[in-house]
Design a binder for this molecule. Structure first.
Ligand SMILES: [Zn+2]
Length: 177
């Protein structure tokens, strides 16, 4: 994101190097400094009967590719609430969160954003899968089926690999691509 105008007074922003040496958008009229802080996203690996829930993404980044359900945290919710809300919105499933599978930094050139995604294991507690929000399809896949798919994000692939290490009996990590 490259903001052009001051959110406080509407004046055009300049770019200035501040004391920390980084050039930032600064308002010459009121002095407001526009800090471009990364966003936080919550994503879930929902397992049911040994299969993993994926959504076919209808929006960029990753439009037309399968991925784990998830999205950005709102200012008035916890990261756990964000994870459950995004899953319900995209898949129609109510979930209970399990362990944290990992934390990844990401950079989306397309939307020019950066952020952190936290991926949780989860299980279904209510509902039937249905596509909604920005997902086109919702489906449970066997782990071996997922190996053949192109996923939207490398963090999702790595989280699934981490989950398989712990939960799939006899899984050999070198057998996956
Ligand atoms: Zn201003």
């Amino acid at each position: 994101m490259r903001p052009n105008f001051c959110p406080q007074c509407g004046h055009a922003l300049d770019r200035r190097a501040l004391d920390d040496g980084r050039e930032r958008p600064v308002c010459p009229a009121c002095g407001f400094v526009f800090y471009l802080n990364p966003v936080i996203a919550a994503t879930v690996l929902v397992e049911r009967d040994g299969k993993i829930l994926l959504v076919l993404r209808g929006e960029n980044p990753g439009k037309g590719l399968w991925g784990l359900p998830g999205g950005f945290m709102e200012a008035d919710e916890t990261i756990e609430q964000a994870a459950a809300r995004e899953c319900l919105e995209e898949t129609g499933l109510k979930i209970a969160l399990g362990e944290t599978l990992g934390v990844w930094s990401f950079f989306h050139d397309l939307k020019n954003t950066s952020g952190v995604v936290i991926i949780y294991a989860a299980r279904v507690i209510d509902g039937e899968p249905r596509a909604a929000s920005d997902s086109l399809q919702v489906k449970f896949f066997a782990p071996a089926e997922i190996d053949a798919l192109t996923l939207a994000f490398s963090s999702h692939r790595e989280a699934i690999a981490s989950w398989k290490e712990k939960h799939v009996t006899g899984h050999k990590s070198h057998a996956s691509k």
